[in-house]
Design a binder for this molecule. Structure first.
Ligand SMILES: [Fe+2]
Length: 269
């Protein structure tokens, strides 16, 4: 399997704190069936000031250590890029890395606040030739009141990545609800671990794939961790699976939120 989202590089963010931890994470990933992993530390202005050169160097160093330890995990350069208004320029300049120098990159909106002009930024990125992969929308607290925005980003050409732990319920019932909804609506392009350590948010995709397969079938679940991530690393074109979909107004209320109001009446987030 191919895991396109991990915080395995040591000391660059809130992921692995040490080389020993990174090695353990790599062992766990391989034991679970992961063969290829993108190293995607946070790039968050003012918090994690990582850039392409730092990340490339860290990937090369970890790669050498894995080879010496005979751990068969192929590493790729990437980043978990927090949204910033100048993102199209930063990507075009190469100061922030896409996934394996492809046109695809991990696009992380703030968890608790819907940023203004998110759709404008997404369209600017797509028009500049990049393909954003929206990271774990199921875990964003603002998804409840703004599901229509996720639909429109998806329709505009934004890919959708679920976190493996969300699908198995480890992020709570709201993240599970939206994981299932996104899978059932055929919007999920890839599943990734977003692994942060060997104990908390561990690497591994197999459990999530097994759960996803029950909802969308084994072939499609495999596409989420093998076929599509492979195409992304190879910079081949793929159609976002949800792109053909358009937000549908609820026929009874006119709301685009469908049945969510009913669901959240008793929800605690
Ligand atoms: Fe992440």
């Amino acid at each position: 399997m191919i895991d396109l989202h991990s915080h395995i590089l040591p000391g660059l963010d809130d992921g692995s704190p040490s080389l020993a931890e990174s090695l353990e994470m790599a062992r766990l990933a391989v034991a679970d069936g992961t063969t290829h992993m993108a190293c995607t530390p946070h790039i968050t202005p003012g918090v994690y000031e990582n850039g392409t050169s730092t990340i490339v160097r860290a990937v090369q160093e970890l790669d050498q250590v894995l080879r010496r330890a005979a751990i068969p995990l192929a590493l790729y350069v990437g980043a978990d890029i927090h949204i910033t208004p100048d993102l199209p320029d930063q990507l075009a300049l190469g100061s922030m890395p896409t996934l394996n120098r492809s046109r695809y990159f991990l696009f992380e909106p703030p968890h608790h606040v819907l940023p203004p002009r998110l759709e404008d930024l997404t369209v600017r990125l797509i028009n500049a030739g990049f393909i954003p992969i929206l990271t774990h929308p199921e875990r964003l607290t603002w998804i409840k009141a703004n599901y229509d925005i996720i639909e429109r980003l998806n329709a505009a050409g934004c890919l959708i990545q679920l976190t493996a732990d969300s699908i198995i319920g480890a992020f709570g019932r709201t993240a599970l609800y939206y994981s299932e909804k996104l899978i059932d609506e055929g919007r999920v392009d890839i599943i990734a671990s977003d692994a942060h350590s060997a104990t908390r948010r561990r690497p591994g995709l197999s459990q999530a794939v097994a759960v996803a397969a029950k909802r969308c079938g084994e072939d499609e679940a495999r596409n989420m961790v093998l076929k599509r991530p492979g195409e992304i690393l190879a910079n081949r074109p793929i159609e976002p699976v949800g792109k053909a979909r358009q937000p549908r107004p609820n026929p009874t209320t006119g709301s685009r939120l469908g049945g969510l109001g009913r669901f959240f009446k008793g929800a605690t987030a």
